[in-house]
Write a protein that binds this ligand. Structure first.
Ligand code: PMP
Length: 435
């Protein structure tokens, strides 16, 4: 019996004992292709020599120094590197240990910003239904996934939710993409009017929606409209790129493809590539300046923020991606993956949609392809696919989400950026058998 209270308290997962490249090996010697990078984490695969070397070197030099006393060279270098790659306007970095911590920090920073600039009446956060921003209570409140939240009410933060922007499900038949994007963005305007825009701190959204809906890209100029609405009302825009960021969609940041810059952006997962727990908030100059001119500090902190080992992993992952031109491979292999998924599932009776960007792709599983009617919740299709895929030596990330009160099933793929065409073929072939 396991003494660990991790996920299921009923079943025990296989014991992972080794990992190299795109495979994880269990105690029985069975190999699994890591086609989901865990949860879109392992962007360089496993055991990458450049990252291991950097970690060994850092461990020899200094493993830990509390940020209340010191900064470290490695954390400063990572900060420089992240800002070099950030969209113009994001000028500072706040390092934490994971995605939920990054979201919590961003929400608190947004709130403190308005206190510093003398607008303490701003207190509301607006998110989107069907969204996930982490499991700590603030992040959970910002998220709009009812089934995750209901057991934990009352939540601790005042939040409100608008509809997401999912063309595959909510775009009307007689509606163009642009009209749909405009209608989806308008729901933010309506929510601001309802709450009083002067009482709202921020709107938070994932640029490309990950786990809860399965690699759903935004439609048309949705985010340009959202940016304009936020600006007009002085509301901050927080983009959560914990899952879709750090190269996953083919550009370092997913928002580059939308032509907008948020005020705060959260990143994690692929930032450390699984070699160390790390997350960060990229912060606009305007927010940092207001905090500096006001209190002179950000009223927040964690014991392990800026951890040198995490920073070493983050920097090594970023250098490796750059040196090996891996974002080009994400785009090229992303196109191959899309093509292979379409060939295998394009006419499948139970596949209602194939979508995504770069190496961030999903198939939507439906009872009936024509009407896109989802499977009933009781069938637990996503769990069955995970089981069947694991039996065939394939790790994918299936989820059953709630869409408009109806659960739907999808399978998310987020393989390491180092995959080649043969790997992609093997992934799609095993997934096909599992489905
Ligand atoms: N935001 C998004 C978009 C995520 O996908 C996740 C993790 N799935 C989180 C936040 C939370 O990150 P973590 O699990 O590292 O706390």
């Amino acid at each position: 019996m396991t003494r660990l209270m991790h996920r299921s308290l009923i079943t025990t997962p296989p014991v992972a004992v080794a990992a190299r490249g795109i495979e994880i090996i269990d105690a029985q010697g069975k190999a699994y292709i890591d086609a989901s990078g865990g949860a879109a984490v392992s962007c360089l695969g496993h055991g990458h020599p450049a990252v291991l070397e950097a970690l060994h070197k850092q461990l020899d030099q200094i493993a830990y120094a509390h940020t209340g006393f010191f900064t470290t060279e490695i954390a400063e270098r990572l900060g420089e590197r992240l800002i070099e790659g950030a969209p113009e306007g994001l000028e500072h970095v706040y390092l934490v240990s994971g995605g939920s911590e990054a979201v919590e920090a961003a929400l608190k920073m947004a709130r403190q910003y308005f206190v510093e600039i003398d607008q303490p009446q701003r207190r509301h956060i607006i998110g989107r239904r069907q969204s996930y921003h982490g499991n700590t209570l603030g992040a959970l409140a910002a998220g709009g996934n009812e089934w995750r939240r209901e057991q934990f009410r009352p939540l601790l933060t005042e939040t409100h939710h608008i509809d997401p922007c999912f063309s595959y499900r909510f775009q009307r038949e007689d509606e163009s993409e642009e009209d749909y994007a405009a209608r989806a963005a308008r729901s933010l305007e309506e929510k601001l009017t309802e709450l009083g825009p002067e009482t709202v701190i921020a709107f938070v959204a994932e640029t490309v929606v990950g786990a809860t809906a399965g690699a759903v890209p935004p439609v048309g100029d949705y985010f340009r409209r959202i940016r304009e609405i936020c600006d007009r009302h002085g509301v901050l825009l927080i983009l959560d790129e914990v899952m879709c960021g750090m190269g996953r969609t083919g550009t370092l940041h997913a928002c580059e493809q939308e032509g907008i810059v948020p005020d705060l952006m959260t990143i994690a997962k692929g930032l450390g590539g699984g070699y160390q727990p790390i997350g960060a908030v990229l912060v606009s100059g305007k927010i940092r300046d207001a905090l500096r001119a006001g209190s002179g500090f950000f009223q927040h902190g964690h014991t392990y923020m800026g951890h040198p080992m995490a920073a070493a992993a983050g920097l090594a992952v970023q250098e490796t991606i750059r040196q090996h031109g891996l974002l080009d491979n994400v785009r090229a292999m992303g196109a191959v993956l899309e093509e292979r998924l379409t060939a295998r599932f394009g006419n499948h009776h139970h596949v209602g949609d194939i979508r995504g960007r770069g190496l961030f792709r999903a198939i939507e599983l439906v009872e009936d392809r024509a009407s896109k009617r989802p499977f009933s919740t009781e069938r637990k299709i996503h769990a069955a696919i995970k089981r069947e895929a694991m039996a065939r030596g394939l790790m994918v990330y299936p989820m059953g989400g709630t869409i408009d009160g109806v659960r739907g099933d999808h399978v998310l793929l987020a393989p390491p950026f180092i995959v080649n065409e043969i790997d992609v073929d093997r992934i799609v072939s095993r997934l096909g058998d599992a489905v």
